[in-house]
Design a protein around this ligand. Sequence first.
Ligand SMILES: NC(=O)C1=CN([C@@H]2O[C@H](COP(=O)(O)OP(=O)(O)OC[C@H]3O[C@@H](n4cnc5c(N)ncnc54)[C@H](O)[C@@H]3O)[C@@H](O)[C@H]2O)[C@@H](O)CC1
Ligand SMILES: Nc1ncnc2c1ncn2[C@@H]1O[C@H](COP(=O)(O)OP(=O)(O)O)[C@@H](O)[C@H]1O
Ligand SMILES: [Mg+2]
Length: 275
Amino acid sequence: MQSITSELVHQTIRRRPAESHKGTYGRVMLIGGNQNFGGAIIMAATAAIYSGAGLVTVATDLVNLTSLHAQLPEAMVVDYHQTAMMTQLLKTMDVIVIGPGLGTDQFAARLLTTVLAQVQPQQRVVIDGSALTLLATRTQPLPAAQIVVTPHQMEWQRLSGLKIADQTPTANHLAQQRLGVTAIVKAHHTTVYTTDRVWFNPGGTPAMATGGMGDTLAGMIGGFTAQFKDFTNAILSAVYLHSEIADDLAQARYVVLPHQISAEIPKYMHRYSLN
Ligand SMILES: NC(=O)C1=CN([C@@H]2O[C@H](COP(=O)(O)OP(=O)(O)OC[C@H]3O[C@@H](n4cnc5c(N)ncnc54)[C@H](O)[C@@H]3O)[C@@H](O)[C@H]2O)[C@@H](O)CC1
Ligand SMILES: Nc1ncnc2c1ncn2[C@@H]1O[C@H](COP(=O)(O)OP(=O)(O)O)[C@@H](O)[C@H]1O
Ligand SMILES: [Mg+2]
């Protein structure tokens, strides 16, 4: 098992070239936020935008439109019930984040199937939250693309069949190999599984144990994988920074709120981007 280091983050987050524009920094679509969990997709989209993604579109239930725009006017919005519009937009995306606050009803299950069927090989996909719970009940293979799943231990139990007590690095790695996609198993110390390696995240604090913290990580991974070429390093850097920011804030706070992490992301990324 190899520790994620600040050096890896430093090598990943580079200074932005002057000759660049929003298109350079990636198009991300975040899909989720039903009538009960609108906050989840708002937190994920906030993290993606504060991570520097160039263009962010939120596909959600339109009941969330006003609150999303009040918080995040930078985001574009589409009604996730509009299949033709979704199909057209999905083609143009570099990264698709699906699951925060999606719910697990029949509509959500159909939407997940529709979206996964349209994923192109060059696209990157982050599967989180409700989409993981739905995935655990599906038998269809995942599309050929760069995919990362971001389960917490209960979601990983559903997806891998491993009980939380049996989720050792060796067992998790075997389960990841069967799935064939990068897996982030979120816990006090999160571990990340790729084809050839197991990574250990040194950061993390119980001050992070509050709803929306994982939605925020999913959005950060969306933002990072939209901008940084190496898929694994982009993922590892997002995991590291998410907990590093939380650890720093927790020095003077009992609980760290997800939006407080997002507010800090540009400052930390600036620092890492310096030579
Ligand atoms: N403001 C919002 O709209 C929020 C929406 N959320 C969404 O709600 C949906 C359901 O997600 P949940 O995770 O709440 O529900 P789940 O039912 O998937 O998992 C939660 C259960 O797993 C248990 N658990 C065991 N080990 C855990 C671990 N290491 N980390 C976290 N939980 C662990 C918890 O105690 C809890 O009983 C997702 O789509 C999620 O994105 C949540 O993120 C909470 C905030
Ligand atoms: N006790 C803890 N120590 C370290 N990190 C934690 C702790 N509790 C939660 N976290 C982190 O917070 C995030 C929670 O993710 P998740 O359960 O998916 O949240 P949500 O779905 O509510 O957004 C993960 O990144 C996890 O590692
Ligand atoms: Mg979650």
